[in-house]
Design a protein around this ligand. Structure first.
Ligand SMILES: [Zn+2]
Ligand SMILES: [Zn+2]
Length: 247
């Protein structure tokens, strides 16, 4: 089985001691691709450095909505330069988070639009975080997806990372061309919405991720998550769609 972890944070301090070993473990587990997502100035640079010389590592660069209040024009210029690099696979992690409210909604929307503009300029997909903000996110992403299709025909506008909205919301993003990413919380007993999404969305619109070090699968709750565990999300999707389990 070939696996791809479309969103994780191997540059997080939780991996400071053993990121190289965690990468090797993922490769040994059949995880052939790992998107290492930046979320602030330091992690953007670190993701790029981590990818250097490692096969199958795809760095991304962006500013998480929690950071929105701290993002300056200079930081956006830095991001623009990173997004121009062929090695940088996507712009993000970016998005809207009205659940935690570490930054004001106005700051979040402003910094999101600036980053969407950068993604459009370079034809890069976005890795999108939305929490308690799925409808607001659509206000930004619908025009973005239309412009992307116009300027960069055939390119995927982005991935809705660890999507926790409703099946109907997910369908609307799929209609805009987005991929919907399912993470290990699909294995949590109460997460019927994720299992419905896995069952009802077209298979070609689904991708998987771990969001490591966060969100370990049910069997490993309370521990640090890592990309090798992405197979738990894949297995849960297969089960939801009625395929026999191979794990
Ligand atoms: Zn996120
Ligand atoms: Zn993340």
């Amino acid at each position: 089985m070939i696996l791809f972890d479309t969103h994780c944070h191997l540059t997080d301090p939780a991996f400071a001691e053993d990121a190289a070993g965690v990468y090797e473990r993922a490769r040994a587990a059949g995880v052939e691709g790992i998107a290492v997502c930046g979320y602030d100035a330091a992690s953007n640079e670190a993701a790029l450095a981590f990818a250097e010389g490692r096969e199958g590592v795809y760095p991304t660069a962006g500013y998480h909505p929690h950071e929105a209040g701290t993002v300056t024009p200079g930081m956006l210029a830095d991001l623009n330069a990173l997004a121009a690099l062929p090695a940088v696979a996507a712009v993000g992690e970016l998005g809207l988070d009205f659940f935690r409210d570490h930054s004001t909604p106005a700051d979040q929307r402003r910094v999101l639009d600036a980053q969407l503009e950068i993604a459009l300029r370079h034809g890069k997909p976005v890795s999108f975080h939305s929490r308690a903000a799925e409808d607001a996110a659509e206000e930004h992403l619908a025009p973005f997806a239309r412009l992307m299709a116009e300027r960069w025909p055939g390119r995927v506008p982005g991935v809705m990372h660890c999507f926790q909205g409703t099946v109907d919301q997910a369908r609307r993003y799929v209609a805009l061309g987005f991929l919907v990413s399912i993470a290990c919380p699909i294995t949590y007993p109460r997460n019927d919405e994720n299992r419905a999404m896995a069952r009802e969305l077209p298979a070609e619109s689904l991708v998987i991720e771990t969001d490591s070090p966060y969100l370990p699968p049910q069997k490993l709750r309370g521990t640090r998550n890592e990309p090798a565990n992405v197979k738990a999300a894949a297995a849960a999707i297969a089960e939801a769609r009625g395929f026999p389990s191979r794990t």
